[in-house]
Design a protein around this ligand. Structure first.
Ligand code: NAD
Ligand code: ZN
Length: 350
């Protein structure tokens, strides 16, 4: 499959003609969103789609993780069928990662698959979850347990929509961006760490730069390993083995995804120093910066529970936990890590 076209430009959400070229033969689209994103940006995007000549079917999913359920996806598909949308229509997903994950899943199965475009409205969505084509919903057993790979045709990142983003969502997005810096582009890490306050204040030019760089890395890695079978895509999981463990152990929705990744990266930096040769000076300097970020720590998390969850991570082999670690900034490796080392790192950060 070809990679998504990436647009990063103020006001671009209102230029649908540019990002919908060749999208739908019938000229019909389902504009899928949730109330928070819809209230702020829905009518602007809808008008722009209409100006570009589309007939728009509007559908709102429930907000947050509730969008990522069978029921919500079935309702969306039902409403598209009732509106008479055929295989020659397309979906435009407007919202955070919850909307794009669920709407993308619907796009991948609607009449065996239709094209789609994402217009991510959270920072995490613009630089990570809105591209790459992983779609999915949650099941009783955990997050993202049913889903598909279905890449969007385009990702439309409008820095203007991030103005209304709460501080916590901004930290979450920047947490993920810091990962791209550590794993692939140390200069990006330095940019974010050095100009953190400006980024938190919403500086549009800086924010656009961070979105562009991170999204470009994500697209490049996904292009080389679309279905996560060859290796490179695993590298996107730096900080995620224990990050996901903490996210689940805290209870769904308690920690934002990027917040959990920040904790996970603190542990991964320690493990990188002990198990893959990352210099102590860099590991401790990076950890010191991460430790100053405003990230809540859920109480009463049992280190052994995190170990158990890390062993069940999809990178694990034969019950042994495997981590993405750093040999140096920008030089990732994967390595098996012993239970003792994991427990030690977890106890140090909790
Ligand atoms: N597919 C992937 O590759 C991938 C990668 C990482 C995360 N994810 C998924 O993304 C989801 C999390 O997405 P998220 O962090 O974007 O959160 P979200 O979609 O749950 O949105 C969080 C909240 O922000 C509000 N919101 C959205 N845009 C806003 C704006 N511009 N201003 C003010 N409020 C706004 C929404 O109304 C919602 O209440 C998780 O389900 C996670 O599993 C997917
Ligand atoms: Zn992530």
């Amino acid at each position: 499959m070809t990679s998504e076209k990436l647009f990063v430009e103020p006001g671009i959400r209102l230029s649908a003609r540019e990002w919908t070229r060749g999208l739908s033969a019938s000229g019909r689209v389902a504009l899928v969103s949730e109330s928070g994103a819809w209230r702020r940006f829905g009518s602007g995007v809808e008008k722009s789609l209409k100006r570009a000549g589309f007939k728009v079917h509007r559908h709102l999913l429930p907000s947050g993780e509730a969008a990522k359920s069978w029921d919500a996806v079935a309702e969306l598909i039902g409403s598209m069928l009732a509106a008479g949308l055929g295989r020659d229509c397309a979906i435009v997903a407007l919202g955070g990662g919850s909307v794009t994950d669920a709407a993308g899943f619907a796009a991948s199965i609607y009449q065996r698959g239709i094209p789609w475009v994402t217009v991510p409205t959270t920072l995490l969505g613009q630089l990570d979850s809105g591209l790459g084509g992983k779609t999915g919903i949650n099941m009783a057993g955990g997050k993202n347990l049913a889903g598909t790979f279905h890449r969007p045709r385009a990702v439309v990142c409008d820095p203007d929509v991030l103005r209304t983003l709460p501080a916590r969502e901004r930290v979450s997005g920047l947490g993920e961006a810091l990962k791209y810096g550590l794993v692939f582009e140390p200069a990006l890490w330095s940019l974010i760490a050095g100009r953190w306050d400006e980024l938190m204040a919403g500086d549009p030019v800086l924010t656009a730069r961070v979105v562009e760089r991170s999204a470009a890395w994500k697209r490049k890695i996904v292009d080389s390993d679309e279905h996560e079978t060859k290796g490179p895509r695993e590298l996107l999981n730096f900080g995620h083995t224990l990050g996901h463990a903490l996210e689940s152990a805290a209870g769904l929705g308690v920690l934002r995804h990027g917040e959990a990744v920040i904790w996970g990266m603190r542990a991964a930096l320690r493990l990188s120093h002990r198990c893959s040769g990352l210099k102590a000076s860099f590991a401790s300097e990076a950890d010191r910066f991460l430790s100053t970020l405003p990230v809540p720590l859920p109480r009463r998390i049992e280190p052994r529970r995190l170990l158990e969850l890390a062993r069940r991570d999809k990178k694990a082999r034969g019950g042994r936990a495997r981590f993405v670690l750093l040999r140096a900034p920008g030089k990732p490796v994967t390595a098996f890590v012993s239970d003792r080392e994991i427990l030690k790192a977890v106890r140090e950060i909790l």
